[in-house]
Design a protein around this ligand. Structure first.
Ligand code: KG4
Ligand code: ZN
Length: 340
């Protein structure tokens, strides 16, 4: 029988956010994220700089998470960490730290799959948030992934559709870059899109078989479109930024919704949860809520702070592993590529 008071420290360092969170019986006591600003000037994440920044941030971030939670490290039941997928140099920092801490405190170690954790964020105890029931479909949309996952249980997940090239977050970020917006451009496209006309500039949707996605063609057609317009009017972007962003966002959401509708038809599952950084997008959130009435779906949108990379989601995944006593041993290593 697991103890009644389960305190899990979650550690996330897969990409460019160093994060730590403390969970008590599935409820958040603290959730700290240090975002690395350094990558902005390079227009994308620089792996070597990311791992160096993780090394600088990890101790203060964990310290802050414990202090905000109001507990001492000796009260922790276990340490959960992101094993992968992600950038190797970044993952190594969190993995090594988690192993040392678990060894020093003599408490269990829990290895967590980052993509599963994005989905399991829906199981963090939150007063106003209902949890999905198994089985449900998860649309994981982040800077590195775009997947449709059939979730049969906490750790029983099957990828039934995925992108063949760029992830949806990349589609947002690369489109933003074409428009001269800083990295990561997704949130900025979202911001401008809210004031624009989504039908101002129609972009073609790719034709991809089955439940898979493709976003690289969209990026190319946006690039050609913008280049052509700029030749005629050098001020085209600044004068139309809201309509351009709204049109790009509308096309991306259309691509996602088409595949979701197809998946519901094939599987008969009408419960849909979204996860990952792009699930912060206001257009996607609104479209999914509208789909509840339109298609009789039940949709689950995560609390804003659990959308982009965070350690609360790592801690909740660890919580369920702890309950089922699915511990990692000290030989566990970081894995840049890891299956669902
Ligand atoms: O999950 P995440 O934090 O990191 C990865 O694991 O990739 O996702 C980051 C991605 C970036 O591409 C960022 O531009 C995108 O999520 N993103 C958004 C929004 N907020 C973050 N994309 C569109 N609209 C947003 N509001
Ligand atoms: Zn992520």
């Amino acid at each position: 029988m697991p103890p009644q008071n389960i305190y899990i420290l979650g550690i996330e360092s897969s990409c460019d956010d160093t994060a730590a969170a403390v969970l008590h019986n599935g409820r958040i006591l603290s959730n700290v994220v240090a975002t690395q600003e350094i990558h902005q000037k390079y227009g994308g994440v620089v792996p070597e700089l990311a791992s160096r920044a993780h090394q600088q941030n990890i101790v203060p971030v964990i310290h802050e998470a414990l202090s905000r939670a109001g507990i001492s490290k000796n009260e922790l039941s276990a340490i959960a960490f992101t094993r992968g997928p992600g950038l190797m140099g970044s993952l190594l920092v969190g993995t090594s730290f988690a192993k040392s801490l678990s060894l020093g405190l003599k408490i269990p170690l829990l290895d967590v799959n980052h993509m599963q954790a994005h989905i399991l964020a829906h199981f963090i105890e939150e007063a106003e948030f209902e949890k999905p029931q198994f089985p449900f479909l998860a649309l994981t949309i982040s800077g590195g992934h775009t997947q449709i996952v059939k979730v049969s249980n906490y750790f029983e997940m099957e990828v039934i559709g995925e992108t063949l090239d760029d992830a949806v977050g990349e589609a947002f970020d690369k489109s933003a870059k074409i428009l001269g917006l800083p990295y990561p451009g997704g949130p900025l496209v979202d911001k401008y899109a809210q004031k624009g006309n989504p039908k101002a500039f129609p972009f073609p949707k790719p034709k991809v078989e089955g439940l898979n996605f493709s976003f690289s063609g969209l990026k190319t057609s946006i690039l050609y479109f913008i280049q052509k317009q700029l030749k005629e009017d050098p001020k085209f972007i600044e004068e139309n930024i809201e309509d351009i962003c709204a049109s790009i966002q509308h096309t991306i959401i259309g691509i996602l919704m088409d595949k979701l509708k197809k998946t519901v038809k094939q599987t008969g599952i009408k419960q849909i949860a979204i996860a990952g950084g792009v699930s912060a997008n206001s257009g996607i959130r609104q479209t999914l809520k509208e789909a509840e009435a339109k298609y009789h779906w039940k949709t689950f949108v995560p609390k804003f702070e659990y959308t982009t990379d965070n350690a609360a989601m790592i801690a909740i995944a660890g919580h369920y592993k702890f309950i089922s006593e699915d511990f990692a041993d000290m030989g566990v290593t970081a894995k840049a590529r890891i299956k669902m």
